[in-house]
Design a protein around this ligand. Structure first.
Ligand SMILES: [Zn+2]
Length: 106
């Protein structure tokens, strides 16, 4: 992902409207690009800050961005775990099938 597409995805990230592959690429780009990290921070603070001012809540937005990022990473870990579980099931199914074939043929 380049910086331009990262920037385009920031509103989706903030609104939690991202699908899993984009979210993964988004966070990967954030890890290695200091410029975009900063951009995300600013955009998050601005959008959440405006919301908060309207609500009249006191805020600790820095912590909230951290939380937001943490949640996203958790989501990715969950998805990755799910994918490897799917793979494991697939391997098991293939082995089982092979076993049955061998059993029938012998
Ligand atoms: Zn970038």
């Amino acid at each position: 992902m380049d910086c331009k597409s990262f920037e385009k995805l920031i509103p989706d990230f903030i609104a939690e409207r991202m699908d899993y592959p984009s979210l993964k690429r988004f966070l990967a780009h954030r890890e290695k690009c200091a410029e975009c990290r900063e951009e995300l921070e600013i955009r998050f603070l601005v959008s959440e800050g405006i919301q908060r001012l309207e609500d009249g809540n006191a805020f600790d937005l820095q912590a909230e961005l951290e939380q937001h990022l943490l949640d996203s990473k958790k989501k990715i870990r969950f998805n990755d775990g799910f994918l490897s579980l799917g793979l494991a099931l697939e391997v098991t199914a293939v082995c089982l099938l092979a076993g049955i074939l061998v059993w029938i043929l012998l």
